[in-house]
Design a protein around this ligand. Structure first.
Ligand SMILES: *Cc1c(COP(=O)(O)O)cnc(C)c1O
Length: 232
């Protein structure tokens, strides 16, 4: 076994253990491998080891790797500029980072042109951190209402949130709880275009707490591939 394969096996076991403790059937957490800065060779090793979904945070990296990576579901998890939607609309399966109506409108327009319905998540900034993208709970209600009214080529699949970085992941438990409560609230609304299935929370350092607090989609890079090295 290579390291990537070993790490994935361990991670899947841990994810299963936490979800078994907190859910009746235990196996309902989707592992999205975060592949930013990783080569297509590394990504293909992860796919060989059973990864079905990968997440990238830059449009350019998706374009560069798209044809070299084996068949997999792509997730756009980073901030997305409106003028770049057109480059990824037919490549990604879900966009996790929708936080303005302007971006939603552009996704809707490009999805219509491409003849598809795009799955999205609304990004919540639960801690109201200035440095992070995403919107408040209150703003999310308005945004979701606007999308339902005006964007027939978008299906809202849930919420995404990035917790503040803390050495002790226990510190961010309240934020995960808060987003889970909001998720449950939206889940009760009956609308064909509002199909709340995914609560995307949890990264390498805090995924166990996130799952315990209701996450069913974790985005994990470092714990699979090791530390990231950004080009200088
Ligand atoms: C990089 C990134 C992750 C993964 O972070 P790790 O700590 O490497 O697991 C998850 N979500 C988003 C939005 C990211 O940009």
């Amino acid at each position: 076994m290579n390291h990537i394969e070993e790490n994935i096996a361990l991670l899947k076991q841990r994810i299963k253990n936490v979800s078994m403790q907190h859910r009746p059937n235990g196996s309902d957490v989707l592992l999205v491998a975060v592949t930013k800065t990783r080569s297509s060779e590394e990504i293909n090793l992860a796919i060989d080891a059973g990864i079905t979904d990968i997440g990238e945070n830059k449009v350019q990296e998706i374009i560069d790797k798209y044809d070299r990576v084996k068949s997999v579901r792509w997730h756009m998890i980073g901030h997305l500029q409106t003028n770049k939607v057109k480059y990824i609309i037919d490549k990604v399966n879900m966009i996790h980072s929708v936080d303005t109506f302007k971006l939603a409108e552009e996704i809707d327009k490009r999805a219509e042109q491409a003849g598809l319905i795009m799955d999205i998540l609304v990004q919540i900034n639960a801690a109201n951190e200035e440095s992070k993208f995403g919107i408040s709970e209150k703003e999310s209600e308005n945004l979701i209402a606007e999308i339902l009214k005006n964007c027939p080529h978008i299906r809202i699949k849930g919420l995404m949130s990035i917790a503040p970085f803390e050495n002790d992941p226990e510190e961010v438990r309240p934020y995960f709880k808060q987003v889970h409560t909001l998720f449950d609230r939206f889940s009760k609304i009956a609308d064909e275009k509002l199909d709340f299935k995914f609560l995307s929370m949890g990264m390498s350092n805090d995924y166990e707490v996130a799952i315990a607090e209701g996450s069913n989609l974790v985005r994990i890079g470092t714990a699979i591939f090791g530390d990231r090295h950004y080009p200088q």
